[in-house]
Design a binder for this molecule. Sequence first.
Ligand code: HXC
Ligand code: NAP
Length: 299
Amino acid sequence: MTLDDLMFKPGLLDGQRILITGGGTGLGKVMAEACLMLGAEVYILGRRGGVLEETAAELMKAHGGKVGAVPCDIRAPEAIAEALDAIWADGGALTGLVNNAAGNFISRTEDLSPRGFDAIANIVFRGSFLMTLDCGKRWIAEGRKASVVSILTTWVWNGSPFVVPSAMSKAGLNAMTQSLAVEWGGKGVRLNAIAPGPFPTEGMSARLNPDRKGEAYSDMSANPLGRVGRMPELANLAVYLLSPGAEYVNGQTIAIDGGAYQATGGNFSALRAWGDEEWERARAAIRGTNDKDRAQRTV
Ligand code: HXC
Ligand code: NAP
């Protein structure tokens, strides 16, 4: 990405210190890159220490500045506290938090076990809340202004078949955004959210379109723009919401999906046509990705 891909002047985020959960990969990495290019100090957090180190090195080599790699599992409140202590000690308070880390996979809901539900809800619903809570307590105690941006999906408005734990968890974060915007706005902490449509990433494609030819993302003809999202488009929206110039924007969830939600509901209803064979194949492919990623975790 170059500055020409972004719609902001250089230095827009000078003096900002922004933590992006799941910032080692995918959309988180793109948002980290944009924040860095515009002058922020950036921290990226995830469970695979090697992936974080590689991303931090790559971004600093390309753009200079400072990217801190923070290995942490957001399912554990003690690990969150330790990570935030280290960040605060490293250069002071954060000014922004992007709740981007998530887990997801397509599955018929009747095939889920309680552990399968927890695997997603504990990251998305519980982990994002715990991270917001710990940051919020620090900001309020210190009387600091801050901006929280959570990455949701358009399913927060209409649900989605075949990704029910994710749809439920993201809807919960939408309620968190609206609720805390009111509760914490007067204390200087504002919360907004982004509901992206499809932006192809390794992590998403491997778990939501596992055979790479499923109906979910290969056919974009139903999207009014006929295409998937471009990474700088997402980065521009995130930067806008994080920047001090957007201070009066509070409690909003903004879709960025080419209008797909209005046109189609933007969910996985096409997968109703799948039978046992397709679901078994998807599950095996997703398991392969999960096993490979788990082997790289350092926390
Ligand atoms: C049914 C499944 C399953 C599948 C796993 N499980 N995959 N059940 N169908 N395809 C079940 C397992 O059988 C197990 O239950 C339980 O889930 C936990 O599995 P683990 O592999 O032990 O989980 P864990 O190592 O904790 O990994 C968590 C994860 C994994 C969520 C399953 O995918 C992960 O870490 N993902 C992080 C990255 C990610 O998902 N990125 C995609 C984000 S994209 P049992 O009972 O059998 O033990 C996204 C896009 C949204 O969110 C919007 C797009 C428009
Ligand atoms: P991704 O690359 O798989 O990103 C998920 C990130 O979350 C990974 O870096 C992962 O790193 C991290 N993570 C998962 N569990 C964690 C945990 N317990 N603790 C800390 N970090 C954890 O997928 P993506 O497509 O970029 O998705 C990013 C966000 O966008 C998600 O919230 C997703 O729901 C949302 N979204 C994506 C799309 C899309 O089309 N791509 C559309 C709508 C919404 P580790 O595995 O190393 O921990």
